[in-house]
Write a protein that binds this ligand. Structure first.
Ligand SMILES: Nc1ncnc2c1ncn2[C@@H]1O[C@H](COP(=O)(O)OP(=O)(O)OP(=O)(O)O)[C@@H](O)[C@H]1O
Length: 461
């Protein structure tokens, strides 16, 4: 991997995550070296490293693979200066600042850390920091019960819910708690996407034996966003066997997904039925009180990052009222406000909030519908709406259709199956394919990028 490759990946990220996020999180990263499949990046602060690791590492890895780089994981090292992010005492094992990585194991000793696959736990995702309210109390109680150990009764624990509602937070909290309870436990937490990469790598290296041994020797396996393996037959097959081997040994499995197992399309029935045989709990969309509680709790954390900054009365209530899409967006809004206030050195006021978050507030105010997107796209490409939704595969219809799918995914909160239903009953994997195709094209094809920008502006106007 070269600096040019990183340049390509940066371009791709700029398009996929937008200019604001790019400037805040990706631009400060400095590619240092690639060693033994680990891409090292320098970051100005641990806070940025943690945020990028948690929110963008999968995307970065994916773009790196697309650009042809052979990277297994990413490591972020703070380049200079003091890290301001507070670390809970339990995590502070040594005085040296640890690297933030996408591939270290959650494991008690360093030898294992080199062997076990997995993703880093976010130190902030603990039970203490999870705000509980009616929409998530059942999921929270189930997670606590599993974390407290004892006989394995709920196996697997399956957590599901919409985007950004706290599934990952709860999984990390379980892992932190288990690890504190019994440091010798071999716990692996990873996304389904990382599971697949590991599997593909083992196939490529003709080393399936090691892969199987590693995954079947853990005490606790946590797989996040399992819907990712939809339509990936060999990965599903391997996942199925790993799952069975662990259940046979009475090892705890915790899985998360974006919907209930029975509703997952593209997942084999035998896996669905395995996923349903433990405890299945969902996280409901947040209500106003829960959002406000979460904001109050997050404010304490960010206030510690930016000492001396105050937040005017009413701002949190305003945010909780106006941003109801998901908690990640809510938290992102708060981070932006703190970053802006620290730049100008002023209190976070209502005016500043409305100014600084104009785009977020506009999107949550103006609810773009899939139907509206389809209509605009048909007009833009001068094709009939019935053709756009219908079965024809001719290129001059298929491409606009994929563009409409992409816009529906990025501008509405509809799930892939919901979008699929609105595109003539198509399967969610077709929508996923369309979205990916346009994500790729918008980087390489300036016409597509321009069309997307025009359509987005028209829809958000
Ligand atoms: N109840 C809560 N209390 C505190 N923070 C929360 C809560 N719910 C969500 N969050 C925060 O919202 C952000 C997104 O949560 P998380 O990553 O766990 O969502 P997710 O359900 O896994 O989303 P995805 O579907 O994208 O995987 C995190 O920063 C998390 O800490």
């Amino acid at each position: 991997m070269t600096h040019e490759t990183w340049g390509e990946v940066q371009d791709a990220l700029l398009h996929s995550i937008g200019e604001n996020n790019y400037k805040t999180w990706i631009r400060p990263l400095e590619f240092a070296a690639l060693e033994n499949g680990v891409a090292h990046f320098r970051v100005p602060t641990n806070f940025i490293g943690n945020w990028v690791n948690r929110n963008y590492s999968d995307q970065i890895l994916r773009h790196l693979h697309t650009a042809g780089a052979s990277v297994r994981r990413i490591e972020f090292n703070v380049s200079t200066g003091r890290d301001a992010a507070p670390q809970p005492p339990a995590q502070t094992k040594s005085t040296a600042a640890p690297a933030i990585t996408t591939g270290t194991a959650i494991s008690p000793d360093t030898d294992d850390a080199d062997i076990l696959p997995g993703a880093t736990l976010d130190t902030r995702f603990t039970f203490d920091r999870f705000v509980v309210g009616p929409p998530n109390e059942l999921a929270h109680a189930a997670a606590r019960r599993v974390a407290e150990g004892g006989p394995v009764t709920f196996n697997p624990l399956f957590l599901y819910g919409g985007v950004g509602l706290g599934k990952t937070h709860l999984m990390h909290a379980i892992a932190h708690h288990m690890r504190q309870r019994d440091p010798s436990l071999r716990i692996v937490y990873l996304s389904a996407e990382q599971f697949m990469y590991r599997f593909v790598q083992a196939l490529r290296d003709r080393d399936m034996m090691t892969f199987k041994q590693i995954f079947r020797s853990v005490d606790v396996l946590m797989v996040d966003d399992v819907q990712f393996i939809a339509g990936k037959d060999s990965t599903q097959d391997e996942f199925f066997h790993t799952f069975n081997a662990l259940v046979d040994q009475q090892k705890q499995i915790i899985i998360s997904g974006d919907r209930a197992p029975g509703e997952m399309e593209g997942i084999e029935d035998r896996i669905k039925s395995r996923l349903q045989c433990g405890l299945v709990v969902d996280l409901h969309p947040t209500d106003y009180e829960l959002r406000l509680g979460i904001l109050q709790q997050k404010v304490d954390f960010y206030a510690a990052q930016y000492p001396g900054l105050a937040i005017a009365p009413g701002v949190l209530e305003f945010l909780a009222h106006r941003i109801s899409t998901n908690v990640r967006v809510l938290e992102g809004a708060l981070v932006r406000l703190f970053a802006m206030a620290s730049l100008v050195g002023r209190e976070i006021t209502m005016d500043m909030t409305q100014d600084c978050l104009a785009d977020v507030l506009r999107v949550s105010e103006r609810k773009v519908t899939v139907e509206e997107i389809q209509r605009r796209v048909s007009e833009h490409y001068n094709i009939r709406l019935s053709e756009l939704i219908g079965p024809t595969r001719v290129r001059n219809v298929a491409r606009p259709r994929q563009i409409a799918m992409y816009l529906s995914k990025s501008l509405t909160s509809r799930s892939l199956p919901e979008i699929g239903r609105r595109f003539g009953g198509r399967d969610h994997t077709t929508i996923m394919h369309g979205v990916k195709r346009i994500e790729d094209l918008r980087v390489r094809d300036s016409q597509v990028a321009e069309d997307l920008e025009l359509l987005r502006r028209a829809l958000e106007a």
